[in-house]
Design a protein around this ligand. Structure first.
Ligand SMILES: [Zn+2]
Length: 213
């Protein structure tokens, strides 16, 4: 059994984020030499985070966590690719980590690049970059068929959220290992959005009713 339940872990993340945006962080303790020596022997992270590579969204800082606390996978646009799913499977199975969080953020440039590409396809994009855009495209392209296309700011905002929800769905159903842990062993996958402007993380999907009350 995991040493920290999914719900307890989500509370820790929420509380840590409150310390961060409330400017009450305690970095000294979180990265102390003592802690470094403890985690050198074994790690016991309590949450898995699949987040964006954006320089303004480092998971440990925005959740006020230290060495050994979070198992973090970062990739531009927090896309769900096979290597990312493998990382999540590994941490969930090996370390018994129970909540998995897809962490998107406001004004994500990978999402806006995808929207631009959908509006005006370019041939110059590298194959590697295209593999990111192609993983975001299915989450957002239907929004371009709505009136949102006339409101770029709102379109981006809704696209970020749609992509978080789609990524959560993909993680839940794109892996037999994770699907089994969800059904039988308390794994949960949640989606959250970080605001660059306020520092607040908004839990937007997957949190059981009343769990964070
Ligand atoms: Zn981003």
């Amino acid at each position: 059994m995991p040493s920290v339940s999914a719900i307890e872990a989500l509370r820790r993340l929420r509380d840590g984020n409150r310390r961060f945006f409330g400017d009450a962080r305690d970095r000294q303790q979180l990265a102390s030499q003592t802690r470094r020596q403890e985690v050198a022997i074994a790690q016991e992270p309590f949450a898995i985070i699949l987040g964006c590579s954006d320089s303004r969204v480092p998971a440990e800082i925005i959740f006020d966590q230290g060495l050994g606390d979070l198992f973090v996978i970062r990739v531009a646009g927090n896309v769900v690719a096979p290597s990312g799913i493998g990382g999540v499977e590994f941490a969930a199975a090996r370390f018994g980590v129970r909540p998995v969080m897809v962490l998107g953020h406001s004004k994500c440039s990978a999402i806006s690049a995808t929207l631009e590409e959908l509006g005006r396809p370019s041939e110059k994009q590298s194959r590697n970059l295209r593999s990111i855009v192609d993983r975001i495209r299915p989450s957002v392209e239907t929004l371009l068929d709505t009136d949102l296309r006339n409101n770029p700011e709102e379109l981006l905002h809704q696209s970020v959220r749609a992509h978080i929800r789609a990524s959560v769905d993909h993680l839940r159903h794109g892996s037999d290992v994770l699907e089994n842990l969800i059904q039988t062993d308390g794994l949960i996958v949640v989606g959250a959005e970080y605001s660059l402007e306020t520092g607040v993380v908004d839990f937007i999907t997957g949190v059981p009713e009343g769990a964070l009350a």
